[in-house]
Design a protein around this ligand. Structure first.
Ligand code: UT7
Length: 321
């Protein structure tokens, strides 16, 4: 017995930054960004805090699943960095929803939501939890070098959540890493005013070898789709909906073509949000769930890759009406 998705919610910053806005201070253009990535705009935190968005998306998911904070047995938050190192963002969310459940953050970069699903599966399978809250929350705009046009144009901020409940739903899941500390790297601050070590040895911003990530991504997405379908005893054609990590529309298109997947089955929202790391897949899920895209019994395949380098895929049968 594993879990099904009982509710979803999301919260996105108000401020929209278009490609043309970026071209005001970077040597770039809407044409370059759109044709290379499929991105038209992204949302960026201004007056809001990431904590607030994460709490709001969690509350929306709880309401959608018709459960309260006290019903939650485990809170997992996929994030690369919350507003505070401690408390973790998961603990901050727990405080806001009145939960005393074990709560911790997971950093698996863009694959974070899938890592959370697999951890939730283990807690539920071992009898340690029946209802799990998974939240994705990323403030990418605070982690970027805004003078580096090859990376800062790709990302956006946002938060989304889902409630997982014990029951039939998850059909298979696979996670892995291909450890590499160079192609995507985001150092953090090592200490302030310490006489023993100095800050500023590395810039607190993302370094990325886009071409290398691209090659890894196309390969990893294909491998994970194959592996997870084999585990569930399904062919890629048996999947009703693909929810791929929204990093680059060209990467998604390459995977789609490899498996001859019909274009209509591959869900996209990258043009509006860019890459929101761990949050992307959850925002897509919430939007499609609210639009009524999924029918009861539909098979959804989530697939993602990211810094680490991490990758993973999960297949879920949709249970809601
Ligand atoms: O969640 C994981 C996060 N990361 C990713 O998913 C990144 C994966 N990689 C990619 O999406 C693509 O590699 C990029 C979109 C980052 C780059 O696309 P590309 O087709 O691989 O372009 P490129 O790196 O080969 O660059 C081509 C040219 C270069 O100029 P030169 O050297 O040919 O003169 C770049 O300097 O485009 C230039 N360039 C830009 N030009 C205008 C790079 N960024 C920009 C920009 N605007 N924003």
């Amino acid at each position: 017995m594993s879990f099904y998705i009982a509710g979803t919610g999301s919260a996105i910053p108000e401020k929209v930054v278009t490609n043309d806005d970026l071209a005001q201070f970077l040597d770039t253009s809407d044409e370059w960004i759109y044709t290379r990535t499929g991105i038209r705009q992204r949302h960026v935190l201004t007056h809001e805090k990431l904590d607030e968005l994460a709490i709001e998306s969690a509350k929306r998911a709880l309401a959608d699943a018709n459960v309260s904070g006290q019903d939650i047995d485990l809170i997992l938050c996929a994030t690369m960095r919350g507003d505070t190192y401690t408390p973790s963002l998961a603990c901050t969310i727990g405080e806001a929803i009145g939960s005393h459940a074990p709560s911790f953050d997971i950093n698996a970069a863009c694959v974070g939501a899938l890592y959370c699903m697999e951890i939730a599966d283990s807690f539920i399978a071992s009898g340690k939890a029946e209802t799990v809250l998974v939240v994705g929350a990323e403030a990418m705009s605070k982690l970027l070098d805004w003078t580096d046009r090859s990376s800062c144009v790709l990302f956006g901020d946002g938060s989304a959540a889902m409630v997982l409940k014990k029951g039939e739903g998850r059909l298979a899941g696979v996670l892995s890493t291909d450890p590499d500390s160079h192609v995507i790297r985001m150092p953090n601050i090592e200490g302030i005013n310490s006489p023993y070590n100095q800050i500023g040895q590395e810039k607190l911003a993302m370094h990325m070898d886009g071409g290398e990530v691209y090659k890894f991504a196309v390969n990893a997405m294909g491998k994970k789709i194959e592996e997870v379908c084999a585990m569930a005893n399904l062919a890629p054609a048996d999947i009703d909906w693909y929810l791929p990590h929204q990093a680059n529309a060209r990467i998604i298109e390459a995977s789609r073509k490899k498996f001859h997947i019909e274009r209509e089955k591959v869900l996209l929202n990258i043009s509006e949000y860019g890459n929101m790391s761990a949050t992307s897949i959850l925002v897509l899920l919430d939007e499609c769930a609210k639009k009524g895209t999924f029918k009861k019994g539909d098979k959804l395949l989530f697939v993602a890759f990211g810094g680490g380098l991490t990758s993973g895929a999960v297949i879920i049968k949709w249970k809601k009406e």
